[in-house]
Ligand binder design. Structure first.
Ligand code: ADP
Ligand code: MG
Length: 147
């Protein structure tokens, strides 16, 4: 398959759809980074590793979806790192390693069911990333290299 897949770029502002208020902030990539990913990559939820400005590498869940800002013609790539930063990261460099696929993109009939699904994604991601073959990707040279 196409995974694992490495990508990196500046963290930009999203639409402020309130992810932060839900306790699930997502760091958004600019369009040029999204376009650098294979077009055939299915939308949905993924898990992997991520770091900010070449810092410590954290577990993450990632959403690839259709971006309303571009009339759903372009994908959006949003990374939620399983780490408390206690600050904004706009303008900093996010690097990700997309390790595996969790589920297709879907709509939810309530905020509660959306949050429950993401909580489920996070629990799956944690367990998968502890498997040796996936854990070793945390040490990939990519995370400390100059972009
Ligand atoms: P936006 O719509 O601008 O993306 P969000 O509500 O999704 O706003 O919040 C995302 C922002 O929160 C990120 O760009 C980053 O600056 C910050 N942030 C703080 N902690 C995290 C985290 N654990 N994972 C991702 N982003 C985080
Ligand atoms: Mg976001």
């Amino acid at each position: 398959s196409q995974l694992p897949l490495f990508a990196g770029g500046e963290i930009v502002r999203g639409f402020g759809r309130g992810s932060k208020e839900l306790g699930i902030p997502t760091a958004n990539f600019p369009l040029e980074v999204v376009k650098s990913l294979p077009e055939s990559l299915p939308t949905g939820a993924y898990y992997g590793w991520a770091n900010v400005d070449n810092g410590p590498v954290h577990k993450m869940v990632l959403s690839i979806g259709w971006n309303p800002f571009y009339n759903n013609k372009e994908k959006s790539v949003e990374t939620h790192m399983l780490h408390d930063f206690n600050c904004d990261l706009y303008g900093q460099t996010l690097k990700i390693c997309i390790v595996g696929y969790l589920r297709p993109e879907r709509s939810f009939d309530s905020l509660e069911s959306l949050i429950a699904a993401i909580r489920g994604d996070i629990e799956q991601a944690k367990a998968f990333l502890d498997e040796a073959d996936k854990a070793k990707l945390k040490e990939a040279p990519f995370f400390t290299e100059k972009l």
